[in-house]
Design a protein around this ligand. Sequence first.
Ligand code: SF4
Length: 236
Amino acid sequence: MMKNPIYEPRARALEYCDLAVNIYTGCPHRCEYCYVPSVFRRKPEVFHSNVEPRPGIVESVKRQLAASDWRGRKIMLCFMCDPYPIGFDTSATRGVIMAIKESGNHVQILTKGDETAQRDFDLLDENDWFGVTWSGAGPEDEPGAAHPKQRYLNIGVAKHKFGINTWMSCEPVIDPTAIIEAIPHFNSVDVWKIGKLNHRKSGIDWAAFGRQAEELCQKHGRNYYIKEDLRKAMEG
Ligand code: SF4
C-alpha cells in the first residue's frame, strides 16, 4: 500500500490548493500542453494510455486521513491526472471522495471529464468545489477531453441542482478570446482563476489580456483570482 498519497503541492500549484491527491496512473485526455509526462519522465503516449487507479489508493487515503488531524481542509483532485478520465471506471474517485468527506474534510475537483463527471455530485455539499478547465483550446489541443460546452454544463448542474461551489480554471490560456467572451455570460461560475500559458511561447499580450479579464470580472461582479504569473505580466 502506498504511503501518504495526499501531499502538499509545491510552487505554482499551491495557488490552487494546499493539499492534493492523484488518483490515477495516467490520463486519456491527451492535452497537447500536458506537462505531467515530463514530470514523471514518461513518454506521453504511455502516460495517456496507461490509466488505472493507483494501487491501493482508496485504502491509502483512508489510512492517511485517519492518522491526520486534518478537519475542514480542502483537498484537490487532481493535479497529475484527471479525476474523471473519459471511458474509464471512476469508482476510485468516488471512494476517495467518500473517504475525504467522512473524515470531515472537503474536495476541490478539477476535470475535463464528460457528463460522467457528475456521478459523485450526490456526495458533495456547500463546502466542496467543482471546477473545469476553460482555456480556449480546440479539439486538436485536447483531443481526448470533453467538449468545453459539456464542461460548462457540468458546472451548471453542480451549482443549480446540487448547491456545490463552482470554479473555472482558465489555465493554460490557449485562446484568450474564449475567456474574455465567457466572463460576462457564465453566471454559474462562483470563482474564476485566471492564469497564462507557461509551458510554451506564444504571441499573446499577457498584460493586455490580464487587464481586460480583470476589468470584465469587476464590471460583471465576478469573484476572481489572477494567478501570480499573470499578475506579474500585468505589472511588468
Ligand atoms: S486533463 Fe490534465 S492530466 Fe489529463 S492530459 Fe490534460 S493536462 Fe494532462
